[in-house]
Design a protein around this ligand. Structure first.
Ligand SMILES: CC(C)(COP(=O)(O)OP(=O)(O)OC[C@H]1O[C@@H](n2cnc3c(N)ncnc32)[C@H](O)[C@@H]1OP(=O)(O)O)[C@@H](O)C(=O)NCCC(=O)NCCS
Length: 437
């Protein structure tokens, strides 16, 4: 008698095929996960089940958990006052027993969920280890406020953590550290995750946040940023909520200190870790220096380098001639890419209300076809988006197709801002190319 066979993979077989190169590349990679308690409490079992699965796929996982909301509730219940200054809690000594109790509770909950193994597969037990791997020092007194038992990471015992990861364990770290004399310090879990990722030379640092904290990022629709872009975003969005600001600045810091890729994810999205790690487009925001090597805002010292780069192109008619005084005046609008002390590419961006003009995009002839111009364009587009620009335009004579292939469409004079329309040089007959953001 024939029986209908179950087909659990169903339509997911294509996803599995596409994911396999990513799964393969993550095997043996070191991943530091930083999870706010607000994020963990939303989907504890599913999230920890996914972390257990990553461990089974050969990813070396360190999980740093937060306690911010839980500690706040517990302190309020015990009527212990503990204020915040500059995004950091002041931890008085009377708060330490509550801190220890909350840490113990949270750690047990995480260990229990990880011990249950991969969701729905009872035979897959995950080894979880915790330990005194973190030395701390007091944060000290800032602007007259004594932060008491709030601390900073002094040293991470990377050798001991690596030894546990080599054994296949998931290393679970709570946001506390001890001074050499055994004093307890309350750490910000984002700082701890940063220091651990840097000390372990982790391949990735991932901040898991609740959906509410990710809203600002999701609204910007920016999926990749440089640490420099991150600074701009934080400076521009004055109303950005504190947990997002802390996660973003810690991710940028880790990135600058050698962690190649840092991600911010909505932990409430089912399978967000897999979507981010095992697909091309991901589902969160990545902060990386990839493609940004040597990319920075121009300074006064770059004037000569920019001139050396653009003068030959002006002579060829590819770029409109610019007097030295004009270049000097506009220098703050320029972004450059430097290699071995040489300016190899540059571009300028000018604001006209909510429209941005891209100008003077150029790459040195010896450094072409390496993606420099594309990196500059993407970088400037992100900056324009972050500042709520609606569109980007460029006037070009010889690079029409280059822009068309990157999503620009041909426009006419009426598409230009009024003052730019008046300056348009009819003899040059440049094409107007537009890109809505
Ligand atoms: C256009 C320019 C900036 C591209 O610089 P780059 O750093 O080499 O560009 P990227 O590496 O990002 O892109 C390279 C791709 O663009 C293509 N490309 C280069 N110049 C092009 C052009 N004028 N039209 C169409 N495609 C072009 C290359 O063939 C290459 O594509 P491929 O890999 O498919 O072959 C550079 O050629 C240049 O400086 N040109 C003179 C200045 C200029 O015209 N600037 C634009 C006015 S604002």
């Amino acid at each position: 008698m024939s029986q209908k066979r179950s087909d659990p993979l169903g339509d997911n077989i294509d996803w599995f095929r596409q994911a396999s190169p990513y799964i393969n590349s993550m095997r043996g990679a070191t991943l530091v996960l930083s999870a706010t308690d607000a994020a963990m409490h939303q989907k504890t079992d599913a999230l920890l089940g996914d972390i257990a699965l990553l461990n089974h796929l050969g990813v070396r996982v360190v999980l740093v958990h937060g306690i911010r909301d839980q500690l706040e509730l517990a302190l309020q219940a015990e009527q212990i006052t503990s204020s915040f200054h500059g995004g950091r809690r002041v931890t008085p000594s009377e708060a330490l027993p509550t801190l220890s109790a909350v840490i113990g509770r949270e750690r047990i909950a995480v260990e229990a969920a990880l011990s249950a193994g991969v969701t729905g597969v009872s035979s897959t037990r995950t080894n979880v280890v915790s330990g005194n791997y973190i030395k701390a020092k007091p944060y000290g007194i800032h602007e007259g406020v004594d932060f008491q038992h709030t601390g900073l990471v002094r040293r991470v015992d990377a050798v001991a953590i690596h030894a546990q990861l080599d054994r296949g364990a998931v290393v679970l770290l709570s946001p506390v550290g001890y001074s050499p004399s055994g004093e307890l310090f309350n750490l910000r879990h984002e700082d701890l995750a940063t220091e651990v990722a840097v000390a372990l030379r982790a391949d990735k640092l991932i901040h898991l946040l609740p959906k509410r904290d990710m809203r600002t990022l999701e609204r910007t629709a920016i999926y990749q940023m440089s640490p420099q872009d991150t600074d701009v975003l934080i400076a521009r969005r004055k109303a950005m909520i504190e947990p997002l600001k802390v996660a973003l600045s810690c991710a940028a810091d880790a990135c600058r200190r050698g962690v190649r890729r840092c991600h911010l994810l909505n932990a409430e999205l089912d399978g967000s870790l897999f979507r981010e790690l095992f697909s091309r487009d991901g589902c969160g925001t990545m902060i990386t220096t990839d493609g940004y090597d040597g990319l920075r805002r121009a300074s006064a010292d770059d004037l000569l380098g920019i001139e050396q780069l653009i003068r030959p192109l002006e002579q060829q008619g590819a770029l409109v001639p610019r007097a030295r005084e004009q270049l000097e005046h506009d220098l703050e609008h320029y972004t450059v890419i430097e290699r071995d002390g040489l300016i190899v590419a540059c571009a300028a961006m000018f604001w006209h209300g909510d429209t941005c003009e891209l100008a003077c995009l150029a790459t040195h002839a010896d450094y072409r076809n390496a993606g420099h111009a594309e990196n500059l364009l993407n970088h400037l587009k992100r900056q324009a988006k972050m500042a709520h620009a609606r569109s980007l335009f460029v006037l070009t004579t010889q690079t029409i197709h280059w822009f068309r292939e990157r999503g620009f469409k041909a426009g006419d004079l009426s598409d230009l801002p009024v003052q730019k329309r008046e300056l348009y040089n009819l003899n040059r007959n440049s094409k107007i190319m537009l890109n809505s953001l």
